[in-house]
Design a protein around this ligand. Structure first.
Ligand SMILES: [Zn+2]
Length: 216
């Protein structure tokens, strides 16, 4: 499957007709959150492919030109807390970041994310039994604990993601939330059977090959 993974920042060259040239063979768009809904809608309208997404901690409502309020990108599939399969390619999701304020949507304490992971676990197990293999992508907003995460209170990753990778062995974990400005910062890490990828601000992934091929 050829994937376009997006996270955290609008990429001007993708938010333009140039996307047709750069991403012509993309079959599925994955959004890790913290992106405007109009951007996601533009991307999938231009590419004419499905969108699977999770929310990030900065996601909020948007207003249309008619004044209507909306809290989801039109035409996308929210994969938080479930497994969704497209042409045999299985994606599960967990939204949000670590809670760093007492208020705010799409923020979870470590215990709350453990609860989300345990909620998702039966679906992962069911898919593995029925399909005879692990899911392809665990799509998250936040990174796993100590893998691409930060030590400041808002960027610490989740321990529950490490457990999910050890037990359910998704082929990829694709996340955002950590903005990378240093070209030497590591954005791809192997954790047991899973390749962990920071998608910020976008990555092109080809999972048809032996290993995943990553470009941007
Ligand atoms: Zn974030």
């Amino acid at each position: 499957m050829k994937l376009l993974a997006l996270a955290d920042e609008v990429v001007e060259s993708l938010y333009s007709p140039l996307i047709l040239k750069r991403c012509a063979d993309v079959e599925l768009v994955l959004s890790c959150g913290d992106l405007p809904y109009y951007y996601l809608e533009y991307v999938v309208s231009m590419l004419n492919v499905p969108l699977f997404y999770v929310h990030g901690n900065h996601d909020t409502v948007e207003y249309t030109y008619t004044g209507a309020v909306r809290s989801e990108p039109g035409g996308g599939t929210n994969v938080h807390g479930r497994v969704v399969v497209y042409r045999g390619f299985a994606v599960a999701g967990l939204e949000g970041s670590i809670r760093y304020r007492p208020w705010g949507e799409y923020q979870y304490t470590d215990s709350e994310m453990w609860a989300n992971a345990l909620w998702l676990a039966p679906a992962l197990l069911r898919y593995r039994v029925v399909a005879g293999r692990p899911i392809d992508v665990l799509l998250t907003h936040a990174p796993p604990f100590m893998v691409h995460d930060g030590r400041d209170p808002s960027h610490v990753g989740f321990k529950a993601f490490l457990w999910l990778m050890r037990v359910f062995k998704p082929r990829l974990l694709v996340h955002g939330h950590r903005h990378v400005y240093n070209p030497f910062e590591v954005t791809v890490t192997q954790y047991e059977s899973t390749t962990v990828i920071n998608a910020y601000p976008y990555k092109l992934l080809d999972t048809n090959a032996e290993g995943v091929v990553i470009s941007c």
